[in-house]
Design a protein around this ligand. Structure first.
Ligand code: SAH
Length: 377
């Protein structure tokens, strides 16, 4: 039966992309034969080319603050980690980075931070409108779980997109790695994503791969949830243990055949399956993947379904402190040189660099649908 499904997956995608079944997804997630996997890579690459084209969109990420009130057990920024020096960038510094991003020809700035009240609603709204006024860049926010009125004010100020990873779909695992916030507004991240969609944000989410205790069924559920949510962006990377976090300190994982390994291969498989399940979403080849496998890993992610890369523009003096997981920073090299090398290698691999904001085709379709409904109504 699986053979039959493989041939379905590798044939006739041009006109119809049906949803692969759960057994088929499980088969690919557990398959480690390089030759057989080639079929998966080729299918994902073909779907990518047909649905989102050859352009790779660059998003310039600025990590604006590492203050965090949360106690997420996987993340080095969690409130209990007193080994890191906390910082918050000034509006002037962030605007300077936005100028650089614009000058280097990118269409999007991503503002990411720990979750904390030092990012005030009014301050952030002013910053967003200043970035829009001065650069016209698309603005993506990745600021964790925030109140509905803040999210609405930032949309009003000009923010275009919001990234909020659900990290895992397994409720028990989620509760373990993501202790709830006292008096937090949202029951869970899915609820906030629905709200963001209703506000008109382009919405992104994703999970980590290889969390201790994570099974293949979690990954299969995630693929279905991403599809049901009609996400515009889906980011997935390997879990990288951080020794100053509770999860990182846990002794060596108890191995079971259901435990998802945390590595590059599972990341390529999830990127590829995600491209097939959610063909018109923007899918980044993530920094976590490049952290464990270098630029070669980044390029393989792009060759196996991804179409977005997020080079870092955080000033070096802050970057080491944005210590979500170890090994992220090539501190010994000039930044602009690193970014140029990334762009050069993407072009060498036969892809182009996308111009403009790079909306997901799925988002544009939804917008067109809404406009036509309004028109009819
Ligand atoms: N405070 C924001 C931004 C978090 S950092 C938020 O909570 O949404 C951005 C992403 O880095 C996280 O969503 C998570 O998927 C990833 N990340 C954090 N710690 C990690 C680790 N130890 N290994 C791999 N990825 C990690």
């Amino acid at each position: 039966m699986i053979q039959e499904k493989i041939s379905y997956m590798t044939n006739g995608l041009k006109h119809s992309i049906e949803e692969p079944g759960r057994d088929e997804l499980l088969y690919w997630l557990q398959e480690n034969d390089e030759i057989k996997l080639r079929q998966l890579w080729q299918t994902a690459d073909r779907v990518r080319r047909e649905l989102v084209g050859d352009s790779v969109y660059l998003r310039g990420i600025v990590e604006i603050s590492n203050y965090c009130r949360r106690a997420c057990t996987y993340c080095g920024l969690n409130v209990t980690n007193n080994k890191i020096v906390r910082y918050q960038m000034s509006a002037a510094e962030i605007l300077h980075c936005a100028g650089q991003i614009k000058d280097e020809g990118y269409g999007t700035i991503v503002l990411q931070a720990g979750e904390h009240d030092c990012i005030g609603a009014g301050w952030m709204a002013e910053l967003i409108s200043a970035i829009k006024r001065r650069t016209g860049l698309a603005v993506t926010l990745s600021l964790g779980e925030r109140e509905p009125q803040e999210l609405a004010a930032w949309k009003e100020a000009g923010a275009d997109r919001y990234l909020l990873k659900i990290e895992t779909c397994d409720r028990r695992l989620y509760n373990k790695i993501h202790p709830p916030r006292q008096k937090g507004y949202w029951l869970n991240r899915l609820q906030m994503l629905e709200y963001l969609k209703a506000l008109g944000y382009e919405c992104g989410s994703g999970i980590m791969l290889g969390l201790p205790g994570q099974s293949y069924f979690d990954l299969i559920n995630a693929l279905h949830i991403f599809r049901e949510l009609e996400l515009d962006m889906i980011g997935m990377g390997p879990y990288i243990p951080h020794m100053d976090t509770p999860l990182g300190k846990e002794s060596v994982q108890k191995s079971s055949d259901q435990q998802v390994p945390a590595g590059d291969l599972i990341t390529y498989k999830m990127i590829a399956l995600c491209r097939i399940m959610c063909p018109d979403a923007n899918i980044p080849s993530t920094t976590a993947l490049a952290t464990i496998k270098g630029n070669g890993g980044r390029l393989l992610g792009l060759a196996r379904g991804a179409n977005v890369v997020m080079p870092n523009f955080t000033p070096m003096k802050y970057r080491l402190c944005y210590d979500i997981y170890p090994g992220r920073v090539a501190a010994d090299r000039d930044d602009r040189t690193v970014r140029r090398a990334i762009v050069h290698s993407i072009m060498e691999s036969g892809r182009m660099i996308g111009c403009g904001p790079g909306w997901s085709p799925g988002f544009l379709k939804k917008q067109a649908r809404n406009v036509s409904l309004e028109y009819k109504g």
